[in-house]
Design a binder for this molecule. Structure first.
Ligand code: R5P
Length: 293
C-alpha cells in the first residue's frame, strides 16, 4: 500500500492506521452543500498509487456511504493503481435477504455500487451476514473483533465468565469469545416482529449461568432492545453480574440507558463507530490485515 485516505467518518481511526503502517495520509476536504448534498475533494495526487480508503458507514449512514462512493470514484478517476476500501462498519448489512416480498437486498445494492466503482479489495469487520461478500468480484476480508473484546474482559479479571449470545446469529461470536474466556457459552432464541420491531426471547438450552459472571456478545447494538431484553432474562436466571460487549455501537436514542437500566454493569464496544463506549480499538486488527495484503 502507498497511501492511506482517512475518510471523514473515520478520521481518527484512519490516522492511527496510517501512523501504525508508517504510510503517508491524504486529507479529504469535506463539506455539505446548503441543500444537503455531500462534497469531497482529495488534497493530493493519487495517480499510480495503491490507496486505502478508510470510511465507516455508521449514521448518518446515507451521507457516509455517499462520501465513500465519491472518494472511490475520485481516486479511480485520478488514476489510483489499486483501491482498497476499509469499512469497519458496513451499513445496510441486516437487510441481507428478502424478508417480505418486493424488498431489495440492500446490502447487495451497496456492494454492487462499490464493485461498479472499481473497488479492488474490501475489508470490513463482523459483517452481519458475511456470505454476501462472495457474490462480488472484488477480494474481501471479514475480520472479527470479538477476540479483542474478549481479551479486554479478560484483563478486567473476568476469566471464566460465560459468553452468552442474545440470538442464534451471535452463537458464532460466543464460540470465539469462550475460547478466550474459558467459562463456557450459552444463547437465547430471539424472534423479532418484522413490522413492529418487537422482540421476544426464550432460553431453550440448559445453560449453567446461576451465580456466574456473564458477558453478552453481539455484532451490534442499535436500539438496545436485544441486549436489554437479554440482560433482563439473565438477571432473572440468577447470574452474578452481566456485561455487554458489541463490535458496532450504533446506540440509537436511549440504548445505553435501556441496557444499564436493566442491570448491565458495563457496556464495551469497539471504535468501528465512535461512541462513549468505544473503548477497544480495531486499529491494530486493520493494520495487521493491511500488512498482509
Ligand atoms: C440482529 O440480528 C443483530 O445481531 C443485533 O442483535 C440487532 O441488530 C440489535 O438491534 P437492537 O439493538 O435494535 O435490538
Amino acid at each position: 500500500m502507498d497511501l492511506i485516505i482517512p475518510g471523514p467518518a473515520s478520521k481518527s481511526l484512519g490516522e492511527k492506521i496510517a501512523e501504525n503502517l508508517g504510510l503517508p495520509k491524504v486529507n479529504v476536504e469535506t463539506k455539505n452543500f446548503p441543500d444537503g448534498e455531500s462534497y469531497v475533494r482529495l488534497e493530493e495526487n493519487v495517480e499510480g498509487k495503491r490507496v486505502v480508503i478508510i470510511q465507516s458507514t455508521y449514521p448518518p449512514q446515507n451521507t457516509h456511504l455517499i462520501q465513500l462512493f465519491l472518494m472511490v470514484d475520485a481516486v479511480k478517476n485520478f488514476g489510483a493503481k489499486e483501491i482498497v476500501v476499509v469499512t469497519p462498519y458496513l451499513a445496510y448489512a441486516r437487510q441481507d435477504k428478502v424478508f417480505r416480498l418486493y424488498e431489495p437486498i440492500s446490502i447487495e445494492t451497496i456492494l454492487k455500487i462499490l464493485e461498479k466503482l472499481g473497488v479492488d479489495k474490501l475489508i470490513t469487520i463482523n459483517l452481519h451476514e458475511p456470505n454476501v461478500l462472495q457474490k462480488f468480484r472484488f477480494k474481501s476480508v471479514n475480520l472479527s473483533a470479538i477476540n479483542l473484546l474478549a481479551k479486554y474482559f479478560l484483563k478486567m479479571g473476568l476469566k471464566d465468565a460465560v459468553a452468552f449470545a442474545p440470538d442464534a446469529k451471535a452463537v458464532k461470536l460466543v464460540e470465539e469469545a469462550s475460547k478466550i474466556l474459558g467459562g463456557g457459552l450459552g444463547w437465547f432464541k430471539k424472534e423479532r416482529n418484522r413490522v413492529t420491531g418487537e422482540i421476544s426471547m426464550s432460553c431453550e438450552g440448559e445453560f449453567k449461568v446461576e451465580g456466574k459472571n456473564v458477558i453478552l456478545f453481539d455484532d451490534m447494538i442499535s436500539t438496545g432492545g436485544t441486549t436489554a431484553t437479554a440482560v433482563k432474562m439473565l438477571k432473572q436466571m440468577g447470574v452474578k453480574k452481566v456485561f455487554s460487549a458489541c463490535v458496532h455501537p450504533l446506540l440509537v436514542g436511549d440504548a445505553l440507558q435501556k441496557i444499564l437500566g436493566n442491570g448491565a454493569e458495563k457496556i464495551v464496544a469497539t471504535d468501528t463507530i465512535p461512541s462513549k463506549v468505544s473503548i477497544v480499538s480495531v486499529a491494530s486488527l486493520i493494520t495487521e490485515t493491511l500488512k498482509k495484503i
